[in-house]
Design a protein around this ligand. Structure first.
Ligand SMILES: NC(=O)c1ccc[n+]([C@@H]2O[C@H](COP(=O)([O-])OP(=O)(O)OC[C@H]3O[C@@H](n4cnc5c(N)ncnc54)[C@H](O)[C@@H]3O)[C@@H](O)[C@H]2O)c1
Ligand SMILES: [Zn+2]
Ligand SMILES: [Zn+2]
Length: 351
């Protein structure tokens, strides 16, 4: 088969590799119908994720059709079309029993399991993929949901919802600020709307992205390149700050911005992946009664979000900016990597 193979920092190739085979009785083999590229794949290609070693097939999002199943898989059938979660869950360990699938202890001798596709095992940017713990990790694609919509449920919608909105405890009437209007920030905006906040303020330095945010449910936008960005945000509240500030960028500056605009007793929900230490002004913040949360997506709300997409309560199509043939993936990476110029959000790859 063909697959997108990581060749070390800065290098990748679409090339012939052996087809995946069943290794465990709980595995299935899926023919990939639709996949996409994540900002995390770009991090990997920069060499930021050393756990990914040369030879690894990238990708952790996708919808595909089951072509083979292990002997222990009884609840899924050959021919079923399924959504692959970016996080795999064994269903048996302590963390899985708590619903914290991101920290699944798994088996197979893979430590740090949870997010394994395109990280610790071969991923979804391929014609076929081996899916471990199939019965506890995949979701049947309902007929009301297209494969392209299904791919938005592999990672970005659960991430924005779980780590942004739910950890941020968004509730009716809240003023919510989302810093960063990439696919994940936009997913936080779209799913925050499900909880009835009074305002959702999208904050970014990219004018095109904050303009797009209005279509996802933002009520107000602020360009944080403006010198008075903070005054602009506070003016959209009663002057005391936002109830919930969601960080969806992953740099020290944007995390600090969140702690500066949250009101006393509010919530800061960090979603961004950080590569550098961040200073926390505890000398000012200790008295503020705020909570700060963070974490890796569990995809434990994937099933709920799937229903919302099926009922058109969440519009998954609007995340899709470009569509390519899977075999054109090198070109798709180029378009996705130049998002500021190409206005790319999620690029769909159809087999
Ligand atoms: N916690 C998790 O489980 C999880 C899962 C998936 C992704 N993530 C992380 O979420 C973050 C967002 O992902 P994405 O795919 O939307 O990324 P992205 O790069 O597409 O979007 C980031 C946005 O931040 C904006 N930005 C950059 N600097 C800024 C600044 N100083 N002020 C305001 N805005 C600024 C950019 O213009 C861009 O629109 C990343 O760090 C990603 O790694 C976390
Ligand atoms: Zn991802
Ligand atoms: Zn587990």
């Amino acid at each position: 088969m063909k697959a997108l193979v990581y060749k070390g920092p800065g290098q990748k190739a679409w090339e012939d590799v052996p087809n995946p085979v069943i290794l465990q009785p709980t595995d299935i083999i899926v023919k990939v119908d639709t996949t996409t590229i994540c900002g995390t794949d770009l991090h990997i290609l920069k060499g930021d994720v050393p756990a990914v070693t040369p030879g690894r097939i990238l990708g952790h999002e996708g919808v595909g059709t089951i072509v083979e199943r292990g002997s222990a898989v009884t609840g899924l059938n050959i021919g079923d079309q399924v959504i692959l979660s970016c996080v795999s869950a064994c269903g048996h360990c302590d963390f899985c029993k708590q619903g914290v699938y991101s920290h699944c202890l798994g088996s197979e001798g893979i430590s740090g399991i949870g997010w394994i596709f395109g990280h610790l095992i071969d991923g979804t940017q391929a014609e076929y993929v081996r899916v471990p713990y199939a019965e506890t990790s995949v979701y049947l694609l309902p007929k009301e949901v297209t494969p392209e919509q299904g791919v938005m449920l592999s990672d970005i919608l659960p991430t924005g919802h779980e780590i942004g909105v739910r950890y941020g405890q968004v509730k009716a009437g809240d003023v919510v600020a989302v810093v960063g209007a990439g696919p994940v920030g936009l997913a936080a905006i779209a799913t925050a709307g499900l909880y009835g906040p009074s305002r959702i303020i999208s904050i970014d330095i990219d004018t095109n992205r904050i303009e797009q945010a209005m279509a996802f449910g933002a009520t107000d936008v602020v360009n944080s390149g403006d010198s008075d960005w903070k005054e602009q945000v506070l003016a959209l509240t009663d002057g005391l700050g936002v109830d919930v500030a969601i960080e969806a960028v992953g740099i020290p500056q944007t995390f600090t911005m969140c702690t500066e605009i949250v009101r006393p007793a509010g919530h800061v929900a960090n979603v961004g992946v950080h590569g550098r230490p961040v200073e926390l002004a505890l000398q000012d913040l200790w008295i503020s009664n705020i909570t700060i949360s963070m974490g890796l997506v569990n995809t434990n709300t994937l099933g709920t979000l799937l229903k919302m997409v099926a009922q058109n309560k969440v519009n998954a199509d609007q995340f899709i900016s470009h569509t390519f043939e899977l075999s054109d993936i090198m070109n798709a990476y180029d378009v996705f990597a130049r998002a500021a110029e190409t206005k790319a959000l999620k690029v769909i790859l159809n087999a």
